[in-house]
Design a protein around this ligand. Structure first.
Ligand code: FES
Ligand code: FES
Length: 79
């Protein structure tokens, strides 16, 4: 598997905490979207680390097609 699964064609709004690192699921197989739960094992895909520099709500890509992973860049509107 080299292509991610489209989980949803909209972002996940998640609250991140300053200084914490999050691992965004790039493969779409995780049951804990938008975060990695290890389900990518055996695929060519790996999670993308995101370090929060402030505590805020961010829009993480749910379609897995963003060019600015792990954040939504609007690419879901063209799927
Ligand atoms: Fe999707 Fe880990 S479960 S990248
Ligand atoms: Fe993937 Fe917006 S949800 S680019």
């Amino acid at each position: 598997m080299t292509k991610p699964v489209v989980v949803q064609k909209k972002p996940y709004l998640v609250e991140v905490e300053s200084g914490k690192t999050y691992y965004w699921c790039s493969c779409g197989l995780s049951k804990k979207q938008p975060f990695c739960d290890g389900s990518h094992k055996g695929t060519d895909l790996v999670p993308v680390a995101y370090k929060a520099t402030e505590t805020k709500t961010v829009a993480m890509c749910g379609c897995k097609a963003s060019a600015n992973k792990p954040l939504c860049d609007g690419a879901h509107t063209k799927l």
